[in-house]
Design a protein around this ligand. Structure first.
Ligand SMILES: Nc1ncnc2c1ncn2[C@@H]1O[C@H](COP(=O)(O)OP(=O)(O)OP(=O)(O)O)[C@@H](O)[C@H]1O
Ligand SMILES: [Mg+2]
Ligand SMILES: [Zn+2]
Length: 287
């Protein structure tokens, strides 16, 4: 049966203040949204992730969920060209749900607005770019980069997992800069600590460099997620188990006074001489 609103044309007439025009019909958004979701490269393992099934059992996770929900609501339905505000940088230890939340936002936005969205593990993306690299073509003209730079929403998962080299830095800067200039929304996740120490291999700064970090701070809201490693939750485990696991994790990894000091200095960028030895518990140190 054809759509009663648009007769399957995808456009439906509306009248506003005596002016008649056509707008995209909801049936079009739904159909195109499904296709675009299928094209968005979400790994199988994360296809179940939604905002609704994210368990926010402490303040930090509630804050992350609220920011993710707000971003989704703010994403315009009609035009993705409007100013969107900032993206998100989800930071935290393994298994706290960073990728889950990033995927949940992507799905919600595509379902709502049929936006063109892409998910990429950062290392996979670099591998793909490298494999198609041709010295006779400038990086800016690489065909594989086009969708990454032009997607309405890009999720770059596990930023910093690949140690910076000149080539990596240049490529990542190009992607991030282009998206930044075009005001396109990007969500990053990372295991690496945002501490002001570029000599600590566990710091974001060490992994991605000063220029990139400064761009990221401009284009994203940084959100630190603190919680249990969800992967340790027994099948049928509940919120109480998560809280227990989280508390155990906190106890085993109390930040050292120096680590805390270094983090505090982040809020006062003038003081930059602090050294930190705080690690995310079980992080992929030096990988
Ligand atoms: N708060 C949560 N509520 C519901 N499911 C969660 C939550 N946190 C994590 N999960 C689930 O646990 C698994 C691991 O989470 P996820 O991969 O998002 O963690 P991560 O923070 O990205 O870890 P890593 O740093 O190792 O990449 C996923 O299947 C995810 O759906
Ligand atoms: Mg992850
Ligand atoms: Zn319709």
């Amino acid at each position: 049966m054809p759509c009663p609103l648009c007769d399957d044309t995808g456009w439906k007439p509306v009248e506003e203040q005596g002016v008649r025009r056509v707008v995209r019909c909801a049936c079009w958004r739904e159909q195109v949204g499904q296709t675009r979701l299928a094209d968005s490269n979400i790994p199988k393992r994360y296809q179940h992730c939604t905002l609704a099934n994210f368990r926010a059992y402490n303040e930090s996770l509630q804050h992350a969920l609220e920011a993710a929900t707000l971003l989704t609501e703010r994403f315009p339905t009609a035009s993705t060209r409007e100013q969107l505000g900032r993206g998100l940088f989800l930071d935290g230890a393994p298994g706290v749900g960073k990728t889950h939340l990033a995927v949940a936002v992507l799905k919600a936005i595509v379902e709502k607005s049929a936006a063109r969205a892409l998910f990429y593990d950062t290392r996979d993306l670099l591998r793909v770019i490298r494999s198609t690299y041709d010295p006779s073509i400038r990086t800016t003209e690489l065909e594989v980069l086009r969708p990454v730079m032009t997607a309405d929403l890009l999720v770059l998962d596990d930023l910093g997992a690949e140690k910076t080299s000149e080539w990596v830095e240049e490529t990542m800067n190009l992607i991030v800069n282009t998206r930044y200039n075009e005001r396109r929304l990007t969500i990053f996740t990372s295991n690496y600590l945002d501490i002001p120490d570029d000599t600590d291999p566990n710091s974001l700064l060490f992994r991605i460099g000063f220029r990139m970090r400064s761009r990221l701070h401009e284009m994203c809201e940084f959100i630190e997620m603190d919680g249990a490693d969800y992967r340790e939750l027994p099948v049928n485990g509940g919120v109480d188990d998560l809280i227990t696991l989280w508390k155990m994790r906190k106890k085993s990894t109390l930040p050292s006074p120096r680590g805390r000091q270094a983090r505090a200095q982040l809020r006062e960028p003038a003081a930059r001489d602090g050294k930190a030895d705080l690690r995310w518990p079980g992080g992929r140190a030096g990988s």
